[in-house]
Design a protein around this ligand. Structure first.
Ligand SMILES: Nc1nc2c(ncn2[C@@H]2O[C@H](COP(=O)(O)OP(=O)(O)O)[C@@H](O)[C@H]2O)c(=O)[nH]1
Ligand SMILES: [Mg+2]
Length: 332
C-alpha cells in the first residue's frame, strides 16, 4: 500500500535530515508525524518516526543522551508563561531590545553598544494598569547569528515585538534579513487582527512593529521607510528616554494581546480591582466563572454586572459577552 504522503512532507523531511540542533529536530519530527496520513501504508513510517521522537526526547531532556556523551540541551526555547500574556522581543543586533526590557521591567539585561551582548532569553514583567505582561529579550537575528531556540520561543509566545532601529542606516536590509530568516524557519509575521490560513507548514505570529530610538530619526525619514515596509501593521515609536513613548508601547502591547480584564466582587462588597480575570476578546460570563474555578462555572445561577453600557447590577446569563473593565458578582 502506497504511503501517499503530502508533497511538502518531503521538503520538511529534507530539513529534518539536515537539522543538527536536537530540539529543532524533535520539533520537526513531531511535525512530520502529524503530517503523515494515518493508514496501513504509513504504519512502518509512523513507527519509525515515533522511535526517532522518543530518542530525541531523551536527548533533549539530558537523560540517556548524557550517558552516551551527547551534549544535553538547555530548554531555552520555552519560557513558562506568566501574567496576562507573553511577548518576545526580536530584531537585528543593537536595535535596543535589551534596553526596552530594561526600561519597561525590573529585569536587568546586559546592554552594550557592541552587538551580541545578549546570548540567552531573559524574561521580565511589564506593568500595564492592573495587569502584568511578560516580555522576553532575545539574542539578535543577523547573518552572523541565529539561535535555533528562537523559533520555539516565537511560536510559543502570544505575540512578537519586532524592534527596528530607526538610527541604523541599514535598518531596511537588517529587518528584511530577520523576516527572511524567520520565513526560512517557516514563521511568518502578521498584523494583529488578521486571520491566517491554517497551513501546516507556516506558522503565523501576530506582531507589533516598534520603531526604536525615535529621536535619532529627526527627519522622520526612517519612520517613513518603516511604515512603507509594514503598511498593514500597528507601529509604535519608542525611545528609552521618552516616558510617553514607553506608555504608548505598553498600550500597543496590551492591544495586540486582544484580551479584556474583568473584575469580580463578592455579594454586597466592593470589587477587587487588583487581580482581574484575563479573557480573550469576546469572553463570556461563563468563561470568567471557569477561570475562577471549573466547578464554579457549573454551579452559579446568574451574575450581576457593572460596566460601560450596562445598568448597574444588571442581571446577565452565562453566554453574555463581557467588555474590558466589567465587574461581575456571581450568584449561586
Ligand atoms: N539613542 C538611543 N540609543 C538607544 C536607545 N535604546 C538603546 N540604545 C542604545 O543602543 C545600543 C544597543 O542597545 P541594546 O539594548 O543592547 O540592543 P540589543 O542588541 O537589541 O539588545 C546601546 O548602546 C544602547 O544604549 C534609545 O532609545 N535611543
Ligand atoms: Mg541585547
Amino acid at each position: 500500500m502506497p504511503a501517499n504522503l503530502p508533497p511538502h512532507y518531503y521538503e520538511l523531511e529534507r530539513e529534518f535530515k539536515a537539522e543538527r540542533d536536537p530540539r529543532e529536530k524533535l520539533r520537526l519530527a513531531q511535525e512530520l508525524l502529524a503530517l503523515m496520513p494515518k493508514h496501513k501504508g504509513t504504519d512502518k513510517l509512523q513507527a519509525e518516526m515515533k522511535a526517532k521522537i522518543s530518542k530525541l526526547k531523551k536527548l533533549t531532556e539530558g537523560g540517556e543522551g548524557k550517558k552516551h556523551g551527547a551534549r544535553s540541551v538547555a530548554a531555552e526555547d520555552y519560557v513558562e508563561k506568566e501574567g496576562a500574556g507573553q511577548l518576545v522581543l526580536i530584531g537585528p543586533p543593537n536595535s535596543g531590545k535589551s534596553s526596552l526590557l530594561d526600561a519597561l521591567t525590573h529585569a536587568r539585561p546586559l546592554i552594550g553598544d557592541y552587538p551580541y551582548t545578549t546570548r540567552k532569553p531573559l524574561a521580565g514583567m511589564m506593568d500595564f494598569e492592573t495587569i502584568q505582561v511578560q516580555l522576553i529579550d532575545t539574542p539578535p537575528i543577523s547573518p552572523e547569528s541565529y539561535e535555533n531556540y528562537l523559533s520555539g520561543l516565537v511560536r510559543n509566545a502570544d505575540a512578537v515585538v519586532l524592534v527596528c532601529d530607526l538610527s541604523a542606516p541599514t535598518m531596511e536590509a537588517d529587518i528584511k534579513f530577520v523576516l527572511d530568516k524567520l520565513e526560512e524557519k517557516r514563521i511568518l509575521l502578521k498584523p494583529s487582527n488578521t486571520d491566517a490560513p491554517d497551513d501546516p507548514l507556516l506558522f503565523h505570529q501576530r506582531t507589533l512593529i516598534c520603531g526604536h530610538k525615535e529621536y535619532d530619526d529627526e527627519s522622520g525619514e526612517m519612520q517613513k521607510k518603516l511604515a512603507g515596509m509594514f503598511p498593514e501593521y500597528e507601529i509604535v515609536q519608542t525611545s528609552i528616554i521618552d516616558d510617553e513613548s514607553l506608555h504608548a508601547f505598553r498600550l500597543a502591547v496590551y492591544n495586540i494581546l486582544s484580551i479584556i480584564r474583568v473584575y469580580t466582587k463578592p455579594v454586597g462588597k466592593d470589587a477587587d480591582f487588583i487581580n482581574p480575570i484575563i479573557l480573550p476578546i469576546g469572553g463570556t460570563v461563563e468563561d470568567a466563572a471557569y477561570d475562577l474555578h471549573k466547578d464554579f462555572a457549573q454551579k452559579f445561577k446568574f451574575a450581576k454586572i457593572w460596566g460601560q453600557g450596562k445598568f448597574d447590577g444588571q442581571r446577565v446569563q452565562r453566554d453574555f459577552a463581557l467588555s474590558d473593565g466589567d465587574v461581575l458578582e456571581f450568584h449561586l
